[in-house]
Write a protein that binds this ligand. Structure first.
Ligand SMILES: *[C@@H]1O[C@H](CO)[C@@H](O)[C@H](O)[C@H]1NC(C)=O
Ligand SMILES: *[C@@H]1O[C@H](CO)[C@@H](O)[C@H](O)[C@H]1NC(C)=O
Ligand SMILES: *[C@@H]1O[C@H](CO)[C@@H](O)[C@H](O)[C@H]1NC(C)=O
Length: 503
């Protein structure tokens, strides 16, 4: 297995990382949720804090700002800037009146950014402290806001990355592939079960081109710019990440059946690794295995980059480079690219060069053309559900690996395995909810309204109805619990114990 050649050091740096995580949790006041995860109920609880439109003023407000805004589908949810930052001692100093006001204003301006936190750090911290149901809700709402979703969480409290499969289970997408454009049909499917090509974007070493900005341009149809990925020019986007490096985010393009303006005829996923590939080789390795193509942003290609990339030679993935024009001219980069060419099957079309004067739109068109060609070549398509296998091979844990998830899945498949025809199944298994229940409701309604009484004396009519009612109730009570129902009740009882007893 070739990736073992890289010599992963799973323990390397985990202590410093853990310390950084603890530091962020502490500042965000989330420490207590490390052992007792935040639940959806807790977040939905109505309190004085949830009712007023509040602007975060301290670090502790940030997780709650994110949670409340995202659950309300407010696209400002990712902002971590403090409006009106006035700390107590500033107020004190102002009240003392010893210092000039304009000096105080400068203090405030300076505080704004350096004292805040990168929104991706808040996202990682919140997910780390949320139970699996809250995670599902957060990702569902993020997808409705058209935000990129966390596909792989970097190692936070443990040395392992986590694939967020369960967290995306609730998301359903609807689109019109070009094959259905004429018939005006559409497809609607679970996001994680849909197979599609994934194109990944990573950075190697330094690079002055903002990867996320390029991706946002790339994914946005003309005239409808959307910030799927947080980038350095957004509020808080330029604050150095403390814990979120190594996060892999994913966003999608879904065609709408407009053959002239759609970017691609079929859905395409775009993954974005935060941080330098060099420090996140597990994630890089994962991406090279599940993607149809990997685009590498780099300033220069040297010995280190060469060594890393040439160890990938057995893969069928296509590699592309996005280079700054200066680096393309540099002799050493050219030399190493030439050396790499036969190893990872590069040709001229695999090198995209962006220079400072090049129009952004022109560059994005180049990129779309390159990816259009990849997609037209019928590349491998993998659903997120199927990515599990690769994840396990690379010691990435999957959120569904938890025992309660596995137990619930087993129960659900046991029950749904019996269903051949939904209508028939409902009739046979949910007997009480079928005709018996409908007839009972009719009789009960008639007992109140007495509409079809006719000439019959009221008492007699009522007693006849009561007779029918009793007969229906008798038939209901004769029904035994069916296999599916027994399993369901058992599962709910059993799983509840699991959920309340585990973090
Ligand atoms: C979203 O939140 C911002 C900031 O609090 C607020 O000004 C805006 O009105 C909200 N938007 C909606 C649609 O509620
Ligand atoms: C990238 O940015 C750094 C720091 O701002 C600068 O020193 C360097 O020259 C830039 N590189 C390119 C290729 O523009
Ligand atoms: C940048 O690219 C444009 C378009 O490809 C080209 O015309 C221009 O000469 C390039 N500029 C530099 C400084 O390389």
């Amino acid at each position: 297995f070739i990736h073992l050649n890289w010599g992963f050091k799973p323990g390397f740096g985990t202590e410093t990382k853990r310390k950084a995580v603890m530091d962020i949790l502490c500042k965000l006041n989330l420490e207590k949720h490390k052992s007792k995860a935040l639940s959806l109920q807790e977040v939905l609880k109505i309190s004085s804090g949830s009712l007023k439109e509040f602007t975060p003023q301290t670090w502790e407000d940030l997780p709650w700002h994110f949670l409340r805004k995202i659950l309300a589908l407010n696209v400002t949810a990712r902002s971590t800037s403090f409006k009106q930052v006035v700390s107590d001692d500033q107020v004190l100093r102002r009240n003392e009146g010893n210092e000039r006001i304009d000096k105080d204003i400068f203090v405030t301006l300076e505080m704004g950014e350096s004292h805040s936190v990168n929104p991706l750090d808040v996202l990682c911290a919140v997910l780390l402290c949320s139970d699996s149901f809250l995670q599902q809700e957060i990702l569902l709402k993020m997808s409705m806001c058209q935000f990129a979703l966390p596909l792989i969480l970097p190692p936070l409290m443990t040395s392992k990355c986590t694939l967020m499969l369960w967290a995306m289970r609730a998301i359903v997408k609807k689109w019109r592939p070009h094959s259905l454009a004429e018939s005006r049909g559409f497809r609607e499917d679970s996001l994680v079960l849909t197979s599609m090509p994934t194109v990944s974007f990573v950075r190697m070493g330094n690079c002055n081109i903002s990867k996320s900005k390029v991706l946002n341009e790339f994914l946005s149809p003309s005239q409808q710019h959307n910030d799927f990925f947080l980038h350095r020019d957004m509020e808080g986007g330029n604050i150095p990440r403390k814990i979120a490096d190594g996060l892999v985010e994913i966003a999608w393009y879904f065609p709408g059946g407009r053959t002239n303006t759609d970017l691609f005829p079929e859905p395409v996923a775009v993954a974005n690794l935060r941080g330098d590939v060099e420090s996140h080789r597990v994630q890089f390795s994962f991406l090279t295995q599940v993607s149809s193509a990997v685009f590498i942003f780099a300033e220069c290609i040297g010995e280190r980059e060469y060594t890393l990339l040439s160890s990938l030679k057995d893969l069928s993935t296509l590699f592309y480079f996005i280079l700054e024009s200066r680096s393309r001219k540099s002799d050493s980069t050219l030399e190493f690219l030439n050396k790499l060419a036969p190893v990872i099957k590069l040709d001229n079309s695999h090198i995209l060069v962006k220079n400072a004067t090049m129009n952004k739109a022109v560059f994005v068109e180049l990129l779309r053309a390159a990816i259009g060609k990849i997609i037209a070549s019928k590349p491998k398509c993998v659903s997120i559900d199927k990515m599990c296998t690769t994840a396990h091979e690379l010691t990435i844990q999957v959120d569904e690996d938890h025992k309660e998830c596995q137990d619930a899945l087993r129960c659900a498949t046991e029950i749904s395995g019996e269903i051949k025809d939904v209508a028939v199944y409902k009739k046979e298994t949910l007997i009480l909810q079928g005709d018996l229940w409908k007839n009972l409701a009719k009789v009960e309604k008639e007992l109140c309204r007495m509409e079809r009484q006719g000439d019959m004396p009221s008492e007699k009519y009522r007693s006849e109805l009561r007779g029918r009612w009793l007969e229906l109730r008798r038939q209901q009570s004769q029904c035994d619990l069916t296999f599916g129902l027994i399993n369901f009740i058992h599962g709910i009882k059993h799983l509840k114990d699991l959920i309340t007893s585990s973090p």
